[in-house]
Write a protein of this length. Sequence first.
Length: 149
Amino acid sequence: MKYRSQLAFVILISLLVAACSSSDGDGGGSGITFADFQAEVKLAAGAGAADCGHVALGADRSEANCCVATNFVQFLPFSVIFDEQGIDSRVARGLVLDASGATTLFVFDSDPTGGNRQDNGRINSVTCDNPSLTQNPCSDPVGFPLTCG
């Protein structure tokens, strides 16, 4: 009887492990990394767009915000990336104004499943309708320079 309960326990653990495993069979994720996100943001801005930088989590955003504001009011293409506070993965937002005048907001999550993987990312984007500058972006060390209304 003791062996039956041990066998049942082993089978139960095996089923739980199988249920929690990745459905793609090799334990891999989407393969999308932060470097892929950076490349997609730069590509969307186009060749010759101003690079307003990549602002690390907790760093002063004033310079990048001012770069965005300056280029936005002059209708000049730009890109910028801001690291954001995630819960259990790396999160970032990118902002682009392209040569056609379209403003796009990109959002990156390195692992939407919550596993803290760095190669299981997802990139979402939305074209902003009537984007506008936030108040005093050049003197804002923590805010986001545009509203994407």
